[in-house]
Design a protein around this ligand. Structure first.
Ligand SMILES: C[S@@+](CC[C@H](N)C(=O)[O-])C[C@H]1O[C@@H](n2cnc3c(N)ncnc32)[C@H](O)[C@@H]1O
Length: 333
């Protein structure tokens, strides 16, 4: 199989043609290049096994488009509904609970958490605080490996879902904010690592809340303990891709039936990006819309915020899950 030959034969011209098609499709050249690269890696894996496609350029274009849709959907899925701060169209408890129950099935790929699991291992941590634990996926995974985990989130509906998971009894769950947790003396200076995965660091719209959260987390960490979190680089403007076309999905969920959902940006105001997420439950036709806003802080501001909260050794690196769009930030208490 001459896969390498074909990729060579595709040459600069073929590559440019595919790239131009993808850039037009996504409206973003950097993103198009990233997805083409992923498609090429897939081609190197699949073509030797299954044989060459008849028109390699068309195959690569289709594969890259699919990867693009998946990447945007994954990125958007983590922007999902049911944040404590979000408003929901029918704001009752049952509504929150119904959305919380479909959070994991709508976003089953949690390979974004791998980087945190690695960090926790590297730190040899015994005690981990998962800030904004949501439905508790990371907290449960860590607890299964013998680590003592406290997971907290002010969204009670999400913590309720977390509590139903196998092995959730290994985790200590708290419904509340970081300030609530830091008021409890047994949590002070207790943790080796604190994590804020997915969108958590971007949900704090007001400086006062963000500062209070960082200060409280530092108080809960042992001196020298590590805070690890991610946030999207505002310069990449990831929200450009958050359209209905790019994010729409319909998923069959056990016990719930077909669920359709998508996201659409409604407003960009400086660092604040607002969007709404309709979710339609086809089993009974219920349509719930949640309204969310995320704040995209710059590196300069984030460094300053962390230092003001008493953190040192602040490091920014590309987030392995989305290296073009997000940073993985670490800082020591
Ligand atoms: C997209 S979810 C991420 C959940 C989880 N970390 C994950 O990776 O699936 C963002 C979470 O931030 C939580 N959140 C909102 N306000 C918060 C606050 N003041 N303190 C901690 N978490 C908060 C939301 O309730 C929501 O569960």
């Amino acid at each position: 199989m001459q896969t390498h030959r074909v990729l060579e034969d595709l040459g600069a011209d073929g590559r440019s043609r595919v790239l131009a098609t993808l850039a037009k499709h996504f409206g973003d050249l950097d993103f198009a290049e990233e997805m083409l690269q992923e498609a090429l890696v897939q081609a190197l894996r699949i073509w030797p096994e299954r044989g060459m496609p008849r028109v390699p350029e068309a195959w690569l274009t289709t594969a890259a488009k699919r990867k693009g849709v998946d990447a945007i959907r994954r990125d958007q899925a983590m922007v999902l509904v049911l944040g404590f701060q979000d408003r929901v169209s029918a704001g009752e408890e049952q509504t929150q609970a119904r959305l919380a129950r479909v959070y994991d099935p709508l976003d089953p790929d949690r390979s974004d958490l791998d980087a945190y699991i690695e960090l926790v291992k590297d730190e040899n941590a015994d005690q981990v605080l998962d800030v904004g634990c949501g439905t508790g996926t990371l907290a449960v995974m860590l607890a299964r490996s013998g680590i003592q985990v406290v997971g907290f989130d002010p969204a009670a509906a999400s913590v309720d879902v977390a509590r139903t998971k196998t092995d959730s009894n290994l985790v200590e769950w708290v419904i509340g904010t970081a300030e609530d947790v830091a008021r409890e003396p047994s949590y002070l200076r207790r943790f080796d690592v604190a994590t804020m995965t997915a969108n958590v660091a971007q949900v704090f719209l007001e400086d006062a809340d963000w500062h209070a959260t960082l200060r409280s987390i530092r108080q809960c960490l042992k001196p020298g303990g590590l805070l690890a979190f991610e946030t999207r680089n505002p310069e990449v403007r990831a929200w450009k891709n958050w359209t209905k076309e790019n994010t729409w999905q319909r998923v069959e969920i056990e016990g719930e039936g077909a669920v359709e959902e998508w996201k659409v940006v409604t407003k960009v105001d400086g660092e604040l990006v607002s969007f709404e997420s309709p979710t339609i439950f086809h089993s009974d036709g219920q349509r719930l819309v949640s309204y969310s806003t995320l704040r995209f802080r710059t590196e300069v501001v984030l460094r300053q915020n962390l230092e003001e909260a008493g953190f040192t050794t602040v490091e920014f690196q590309p987030l392995p899950f989305a290296p073009e769009r997000s940073w993985l930030i670490t800082a020591r208490a």
